[in-house]
Design a protein around this ligand. Structure first.
Ligand SMILES: *Cc1c(COP(=O)(O)O)cnc(C)c1O
Length: 426
């Protein structure tokens, strides 16, 4: 496909975009009286306009029904979380009984490691990617220490090759192979937060299982962004936050996946609470834990219903649009963004380097701005482009297909060009 870097051409792409109306379903921040160009849906998704109504409904039921809302609200609270499962299952490629919502991401990974990190004998090591998201590093290190291991020895971090900005699948598979027999767990980020790389989750899961390890995925940057087939890939467990591509609101509840095959195991270790016990007997307040035969068995407490409300609002939009359509637009808008960057690069003789590897991209392009610094980033922000900056000089651009337009990409290119020209005095 040949693109053009003109306003007319971008508008034509917008007119052909079957998802263009979804832009109207979200609130945009304003800079200088105009909607911003929002590139940080990978960090905090925009607010769906319907979210307010979903929250208001809970507030109203609480006001008018108080405790009776648990059973008599229009959407009763005691099983409110179950309303989210069908959409989540479709988004992550799972059976409905394999997903649940609870807590927040890092907390959930810790809880899932109670079940799926079970070191014994020589098999105690954990494999992850180097420079994993800091929370994941702290989590893995503290889990290892909790079990009496030295993270320096027991945590295997797969490196990128010198001079390269991405991981090679063959290197990851090789690392798994060379530690086979010692690996208790492979736990990685499905989409890397820094370079935007989508790892080959199917191949890595297969290799991890073949090496006798459990395999889990942190899907913070993957859920709602890339194709996932957790059930078919035979992933053991996974978790994701909902406030990035899933647009559920700051710090909001996380989702989990536990493969069906683990749910029948009566001896699986797990930290338990009353919301994981069978719904039929939950309110009999019996002393014995009787697990729900679904991922809900991992729920500990009764869920924060007020928080689930905007998450449910957002999932309705995912159900309407469908992941296939979102992914199709994502690929096209990311390709157009890459084209626009290339045009700007040529016109101002700058040197952008896209470090997100072709063939392993989701919604995000991470761009090294050689010779450009923080002032350019500040210029973008002041001119209505919301992006983020990672040291040393990488900007991450994630044009979320739900609400970003091709015209946004064109306008971004013009602002970027102007910013570079103004500061180089050309
Ligand atoms: C965003 C992100 C997190 C955030 O964790 P919380 O527990 O939700 O604060 C964790 N891991 C990765 C890979 C992330 O991208």
């Amino acid at each position: 496909m040949r693109f053009e870097n003109t306003a007319d051409y971008a508008l034509r792409l917008d007119q052909e975009d079957p998802l263009r109306h979804y832009r109207e379903e979200f609130h945009f921040p304003q800079v200088k009286g105009k909607d911003v160009i929002y590139f940080t849906g990978n960090s905090l998704g925009l607010q769906p306009k319907s979210a307010q109504r979903f929250v208001d409904d809970i507030m109203k039921d609480w006001r008018e029904l108080a405790v009776e809302g648990h059973f008599y609200a229009e959407k009763p609270w005691w099983d409110y979380h179950e309303r989210l499962a069908p959409a989540l299952a479709r988004i992550v490629g799972a059976r409905i009984r394999e997903v649940s919502v609870m807590n927040t991401l890092t907390v959930n990974l810790h809880l899932l490691m109670v079940s799926f990190y079970r070191p014994h004998g020589k098999r105690y090591k954990i494999l992850c990617e180097e420079k994993a998201f800091p929370s994941d590093q702290y989590m893995l290190q503290s889990q290892l220490k909790f079990h009496g291991y030295d993270p320096g020895e027991a945590l295997i971090e797969v490196r990128k090759r010198p001079g390269e900005h991405h991981w090679r699948t063959e290197d990851i598979l090789q690392a798994i192979e060379s530690h086979r027999g010692e690996l208790a767990l492979v736990l990685m980020g499905g989409v890397n937060y820094y370079n935007g790389q989508v790892l080959d989750m199917a191949a890595i899961t297969k290799a991890g299982k073949a090496a006798g390890a459990m395999v889990g995925w942190d899907l913070a940057h993957a859920a709602g962004n890339v194709h996932l087939a957790l059930h078919d890939w035979e992933v053991d467990f996974a978790s994701w936050c909902s406030y990035k591509y899933m647009n559920s609101g700051p710090g909001n509840a996380s989702g989990i996946f536990v493969h069906e095959k683990h749910q029948a195991d009566p001896d699986i270790p797990r930290f338990e609470g009353w919301w994981g016990t069978k719904r039929e007997t939950r309110f009999l307040m019996q002393p014995r834990f009787d697990p729900i035969e679904s991922a809900d068995a991992w729920q500990v407490s009764n869920p924060p219903v007020l928080a689930l409300a905007p998450y449910l609002a957002s999932l309705e939009l995912f159900e309407q649009a469908g992941m296939d359509a979102l992914i199709a637009k994502r690929d096209r808008i990311v390709a157009y963004l890459e084209f626009v960057l290339g045009e700007v690069d040529r016109q101002v003789e700058s040197t952008f380097e896209i470090i997100t590897p072709p063939g392993a991209r989701g919604c995000q392009l991470s761009v090294f701005l050689h010779g450009e610094g923080r002032p350019l980033f500040d210029y973008l922000m002041q001119n209505g482009v919301i992006t983020d900056w990672r040291e040393p000089n990488v900007i991450r651009l994630a044009p979320a297909p739900f609400y970003c337009s091709y015209t946004d990409m064109y306008r971004f290119g013009e602002i970027l060009k102007q910013g570079i020209l103004e500061r180089t005095g050309a």
